[in-house]
Design a protein around this ligand. Structure first.
Ligand code: IMP
Ligand code: MG
Length: 174
């Protein structure tokens, strides 16, 4: 089987949208104790760009999560593979996700974080595939709504491949 990549969202379009999100977030969190919680591994590229588009003080922490096997379907079981390095009590948490697909990961993280008494918890996702939602989750800051296609690049993988692509692409197999 051979794989072909088709561009869905090019790098300049992503960069422009990330700038806008950064400006919106900078305004909303002015004077607050913002913590970016980067959901690994898929969000590392988005988070690196987003953090630099946000003005003002923030701290960054990382959370390892696994919901997929090697395939393209979520297993439905969200596993924490690496926890945050510090408490988030009293802080304003912004979860940074690459993509909200079934919504199970975000729903699980919202439940988990609420037990740790942060001042607020919101979600910033680069991509959202509403067609596949299994639970409803609110995405407070959203880059793009996309159709139900499996996408790669800009941090997103297919079997750990393609994370380094500078754009969002669709893998076509033939
Ligand atoms: P959810 O729990 O189904 O919302 O899925 C969340 C996670 O699944 C995302 O953070 C991604 O890591 C992964 N995922 C979902 N859709 C895609 C896709 O189209 N390409 C690559 N990874 C995806
Ligand atoms: Mg992810």
């Amino acid at each position: 089987m051979s794989e072909r990549l088709v561009t869905m969202i090019d790098a300049p379009t992503i960069a422009a949208r990330v700038k806008e999100l950064g400006a919106e977030i900078s305004k909303a969190y002015e004077g607050k104790n913002l913590v970016l919680v980067v959901v690994l591994k898929g969000s590392f590229v988005f988070a690196a760009d987003l953090a630099r588009a946000i003005e003002g003080n923030l701290r960054v922490d990382f959370l390892g999560v696994r919901s997929y096997g090697e395939g393209t379907e979520t297993s439905g079981v969200v596993q924490i593979t690496q926890d945050l390095s510090r408490p988030i009590a009293g802080e304003d948490v912004l979860i940074v996700e690459d993509i909200v697909d079934t919504g199970l990961t975000i729903a699980h993280l919202m439940d988990l974080f609420r037990t740790r008494n942060p001042r607020s918890v919101r979600v910033c996702a680069l991509l959202h595939k509403p067609a596949r939602a299994r639970v409803s989750v609110e995405v407070d800051y959203l880059g793009f709504t996309i159709e139900d296609k499996f996408v790669v690049g800009y941090g997103l993988d297919f079997g750990e491949k393609y994370r380094n692509l500078p754009y969002i692409g669709i893998v076509e197999r033939s």
